[in-house]
Design a protein around this ligand. Structure first.
Ligand SMILES: [Zn+2]
Length: 468
């Protein structure tokens, strides 16, 4: 029997061990998509205790706790102490066996804190105290943790109306890890609620200095902000969308739709689709002009539990995998951009694993030889961000595209303790390729090239692809 989470964790063959220890392990981290709070980095936030850094905002853990019969007050309660929440998490951990949380939890304890013990009710207090003591040292502040995990670049997720004050401050501060913003214009497309949309457009008008009366003004205001994001080092956009939008529309129609929603009137389903199609296209053109990479995270159905949405708001653990049919719209969207010679570098992340092969083949339609891996199939995301999901994504990409040109892992996380996810990914990658070598499916005589390929997927590909 093998030891749990030892140095050869997940590495089942000698070739896998060699690839991980000699190639993947030493690479720095480029976390090109995450949801870290830049204010925490600018102020070099110090965390109070393990409960806070682990459980605040972590809807993966809340979901597991609820499933294990833990009351809501121990997940999101305002009057429950960090320790009380942690105690309930510790009770839950043994019941998470075979869920990725079990691996992530122990990998984080080991790599961040050097704790080898398993978390359960009998070790909870000891682990909490030991980690909390470490968290209060300079090595474990927001910046300290980033340095500890050899992070080179992080890209946060930011609204076009955001001041980016913390990114600017970090740049002026000379902090040696790049903290770059990412353009996420979801609110500029969210026309479902006219009152909220108008408030957002007014905010955009204020920060851009462009008075917005018509659709063209909206695009102009977004352009001003897009330029500003670029001046602060932004190199990527990101879109959280249910589906791809590529309805035919005319400029006159979009102007009318804008007038209607801005005037406070609700839109029809068709109008919403046309408007989103126009916005997605205009944004894609801006990204192309700047040489950025556009990212699309699609396929979630969100806020499924009305009662708890009213109580807790979004991103609290009530989202799941949708089953949209998107291939045709996705094809039309990229095809239009390609015809107009305005298709930016692109990463597509699906939430439904049933779409893996569809995406792996779709990207092949728009590889144009200008950049290696111009169209990317993004790493297993959210519900797919685990061994099974990552292997499935890499197997689809291997079979139907070029795994060697993959830009690799990102945390997509809100937590400063999530960097071991890169280690998790690299071990799974090395295991996958190592077992091929061991089984004679890849040539052992090419271990030098294969080692370079591992280094590229772990680090070099992303560095070159995004122009960091
Ligand atoms: Zn994200």
């Amino acid at each position: 029997m093998k030891n749990f989470i030892n140095e050869d964790f997940l590495l089942q063959t000698d070739a896998a061990k060699q690839l991980y220890h000699e190639h993947a392990k030493k690479q720095p981290i480029i976390d090109y998509h995450c949801h870290l709070n830049p204010e925490y980095i600018a102020r070099d936030h110090a965390f109070d205790n393990l409960g806070q850094i682990w459980l605040e905002g972590d809807h993966y853990k809340w979901r597991a706790m609820r499933t294990n019969g833990v009351a809501e007050k121990y997940c999101t309660g305002k009057d429950t102490s960090d320790w009380e929440k942690f105690e309930k998490w510790a009770e839950t951990v043994p019941y998470t066996m075979r869920n990725p949380l079990y691996h992530w939890t122990h990998l984080e304890l080991k790599t961040a804190f050097g704790v080898d013990k398993l978390l359960n009710p009998s070790t909870a207090k000891e682990i909490y105290d030991e980690c909390t003591e470490q968290l209060r040292t300079p090595e474990y502040t927001a910046r300290g943790l980033m340095k500890k995990f050899k992070v080179e670049v992080v890209c946060t997720t930011d609204d076009p109306a955001d001041s980016l004050e913390y990114h600017v401050a970090l740049k002026e501060d000379g902090f040696d890890i790049k903290v770059l913003p990412t353009w996420r214009p979801d609110k500029a497309m969210a026309v479902e609620n006219p009152a909220e949309y108008r408030a957002y457009v007014e905010k955009l008008s204020e920060v851009s200095g462009v008075s917005i009366r018509r659709f063209d003004d909206l695009i102009e205001a977004l352009r001003v902000r897009h330029d500003f994001f670029a001046s602060v080092g932004c190199k990527l956009s990101d879109h959280g969308i249910e589906e791809f939008y590529a309805e035919p529309y005319t400029r006159a129609e979009i102007e009318q739709i804008f007038d209607k929603v801005y005037g406070g009137k609700g839109l029809s389903k068709e109008e919403i689709l046309k408007f989103k199609s126009a916005m997605l296209y205009e944004g894609a053109v801006m990204d192309w002009e700047k040489g950025w990479t556009q990212q699309f995270h699609y396929g979630a159905i969100r806020n499924n539990n009305t009662r708890l949405f009213k109580q807790l708001g979004p991103d609290t653990g009530f989202d799941s995998i949708g089953d949209f049919t998107v291939a045709k719209a996705m094809s039309r969207f990229f095809d239009q951009l390609d015809k107009d010679d305005k298709l930016a570098k692109t990463i597509i992340y699906n939430l439904n694993p049933g779409d893996n092969d569809m995406i792996a083949t779709m990207i092949g339609n728009f590889q144009d030889g200008s950049v290696a891996g111009k169209m990317q199939f993004g790493s297993g995301w959210w519900f797919l961000d685990q061994k099974h999901g990552m292997e499935a994504q890499m197997n689809s990409l291997s079979n139907l595209g070029l795994l060697s040109r993959f830009v690799g892992m990102l945390t997509d996380s809100r937590s400063f303790l999530s960097y071991p996810r890169h280690e998790y990914f690299r071990r799974i990658l090395c295991n996958l390729i190592g077992s091929d070598v061991e089984n004679g499916l890849l040539p052992a005589s090419e271990m030098v090239f294969i080692g370079e390929m591992i280094e590229n997927i772990s680090y070099n590909n992303a560095k070159q692809f995004f122009n960091f």
